[in-house]
Design a binder for this molecule. Sequence first.
Ligand code: FMN
Length: 181
Amino acid sequence: MKILIAYASKHGTAKICVERLVSNWRGLDVTAVDLEQQSVDPAEYDAVVFGSSVYFGKLRPAARRFLDTYETVLLQKTTVLFLCCGLTAEAEYYKKKLFPAALRESAFDVLFFGGSLSTRGLSFFEKIAVRSMRSALYEESIDNGDYSAPSLPGILPENIDKLATEFRRHLAQTQRGSEEG
Ligand SMILES: Cc1cc2nc3c(=O)[nH]c(=O)nc-3n(C[C@H](O)[C@H](O)[C@H](O)COP(=O)(O)O)c2cc1C
């Protein structure tokens, strides 16, 4: 059972999530490909985990290209979709908006792995964007009567580990089913 993890990460959050998934799946035949660095054809894999971080309300361009090129192929595979984004409250909305409905419906799961609103390592303009998102979160707290600074988002390791366990089990069942004919 060959598993492909095809992901796009600009500043490393999605990459850290993928590394955690890969270490959970030690012993399985897993290939992780950063779509920002290289392209990959999912046709030769049995299962595909596809994910991206969100920038300005969109998947990364490399992830969008992958989706445009291989959506039909992905619909024939066992898939998992995941997102990383800084605005936790928007995660469910992004899942619906950014992944095609048919793919979401056929997927084993569609997950939010968390995200960062840290400005470390960002360009000048990226820092402005992130600071404005942080301000929006703060304004929202104030509107809700809470004057303390809201906690910043982070990676959600429990979501990654849960998927790792459940998907491993699912693949083992599928394989047993196909061996028994
Ligand atoms: C320039 C910029 C734009 C962003 N736009 C969004 C956005 O529209 N919505 C959101 O929830 N998070 C947004 N984020 C937060 C990223 O999704 C978050 O930092 C994520 O962890 C980045 O993942 P990566 O390190 O894998 O690229 C943005 C971050 C930057 C730097």
